[in-house]
Design a protein around this ligand. Structure first.
Ligand SMILES: Cc1cc2nc3c(=O)[nH]c(=O)nc-3n(C[C@H](O)[C@H](O)[C@H](O)COP(=O)(O)O)c2cc1C
Length: 423
């Protein structure tokens, strides 16, 4: 019986353990988590979502405070079109987050940055160009383009000296999305170095409809894309993602020809993951009926999350002056619209509830949107219950090794925690 360790992901001469820990914004896939995965020989992701907030937390910079101060005058206004990112400051924050992570890298693996197109930041092209360019400047091994079709993204960095040497790939959920992207990249004579095929059971935003995601199946989409690439004689590594919970799940994709697998949910309950410990316990304790796919994200993409997420139904004042990552090119965000509608309907209310959209920037920043993969409710089977009823938080190394070496759908439990100093 084979394990993931019997396979290797090959990028040119470089060989990697074919396990990719997917990007989890906002700083859920921390530098610490990505570094650990890279140390063990796989590919770890950091995310550049809300990078200024992340930098403030990591390096005690003041990016958010400065921006909030600059636009303080606008807080009560419904018109957010004047709230802009300073591109130099954006580059600085990105370079710090990515650069310091790369400096700390040890081992044979790689570190990529997950870059979501839907973070339109009130100037989609300019901000994306800066984000991608700054990540390359800072020496990142690769970039995974996500949450969007990215039809113009390669062109934004075609003049960058690292455009042809960094590993650049994209996440798609359908052959059609891939075809559109390939058509554009062919014009630049630059194919993606890898393609993550994300199915309907993934965490974060989904590339399917909120009502019909369960009609799709990862294996079928991967097979369709593989057939297409073969017919076109394109040898691009395919990396399935979404619902790959055990090493054996991974092996079955690798045996079918996948180059690697991308996983995330199992790493949410590791020490290195950025979620606060209390929330890791929410993930452990969750049950299947608490996992929902809804449309509260202002991005327009459905999102999977736990029903207990404080973000659901919250009616806070939009925080675009401090954040503003989801403002489109006209300065609109679906949450701002929904919030203003509720204000108009309930002018005297002390506390509002907005059911259809959420202020995703604020809630992701505060870990109040508990996004997760479909199999989050199986996490309890990957750990031990402690005497106080909580679950033992795992190490990223434990989860990585379990994917790498387990067979027969077994999940290795962690070693018993030692006795506490007081016992
Ligand atoms: C907590 C969480 C946050 C995520 N955030 C992002 C994100 O910011 N960008 C992205 O492209 N994918 C995101 N994802 C998707 C993962 O990178 C990954 O592709 C997917 O969840 C893999 O499926 P699995 O969780 O079932 O293993 C997120 C997933 C989780 C669980």
């Amino acid at each position: 019986m084979r394990s993931v360790n019997d396979f290797r992901l090959r990028f040119g001469k470089q060989e990697l353990v074919p396990i990719v820990c997917g990007g989890m914004g906002v700083d859920i896939s921390t530098a610490g988590l990505a570094l650990e995965v890279a140390r063990l020989g796989g590919i770890g992701h950091i995310s550049d979502a809300m990078v200024q907030t992340v930098s403030d937390r990591r390096f005690h910079t003041q990016f958010v405070k400065e921006k909030a101060k600059l636009y303080k005058y606008n807080v009560a206004s419904a018109d957010k079109s004047g709230v802009r990112f300073d591109l130099d400051r954006l580059a600085e924050a990105t370079q710090m987050h990515v650069g310091r992570t790369m400096e700390a890298k040890r081992g044979d693996g790689m570190i990529f940055v997950n870059c979501m197109e839907k973070l339109t930041m009130n100037a989609p092209r300019d901000t994306l160009r800066v984000r991608l360019g700054a990540a390359l400047d800072a020496g990142v091994d690769g970039i995974t383009l996500s949450a969007g079709l990215h039809l113009g993204s390669f062109a934004l960095i075609e003049d960058h000296p690292r455009f042809r040497d960094a590993k650049l790939g994209i996440i798609v959920s359908s052959l059609r999305a891939l075809q559109l992207f390939l058509r554009k990249s062919a014009r630049l004579d630059r194919l993606p170095d890898f393609i993550v095929v994300e199915g309907p059971l993934a965490g974060g935003h989904l590339g399917f409809g909120a009502d019909d995601w369960n009609r799709f199946d990862l294996r079928t989409i991967v097979a369709e894309i593989a057939r297409y690439l073969q017919a076109e004689q394109l040898a691009i590594p395919l990396i399935p993602a979404g619902g790959i919970f055990t090493g054996s799940d991974a092996v079955s994709f690798l045996e079918d020809g996948a180059a690697a697998v991308q996983v995330a949910t199992r790493f949410t309950v590791t020490r290195e993951c950025g979620l606060p410990d209390k929330i890791k316990q929410e993930y452990f304790r969750s049950t299947e009926d608490e996992v929902v796919v809804n449309t509260i994200s202002p991005t327009g993409y459905p999102m999977r999350m736990l029903i207990g997420s404080p973000a659901i139904g919250a009616g806070i004042r939009p925080n675009c002056e401090a954040y503003g990552y989801l403002l489109d090119s006209s300065g609109n965000c679906a949450y701002v619209t929904a919030y203003n509608r509720e204000v108009a309907l309930h002018p005297d209310a002390k506390k509002l509830s907005v059911q259809d959209k959420t202020c995703l920037c604020t809630h992701m920043r505060n870990f109040d949107c508990w996004t997760c993969g479909h199999y989050v409710y199986r996490l309890k089977d990957t750990s031990r219950r402690l005497p106080d009823g909580s679950y033992q938080v795992l190490t990223a190394e434990h989860v990585f090794r379990d994917y790498q070496f387990s067979v027969d759908h077994e999940v290795a439990l962690p070693a018993h925690p030692g006795p506490s100093p007081t016992s």
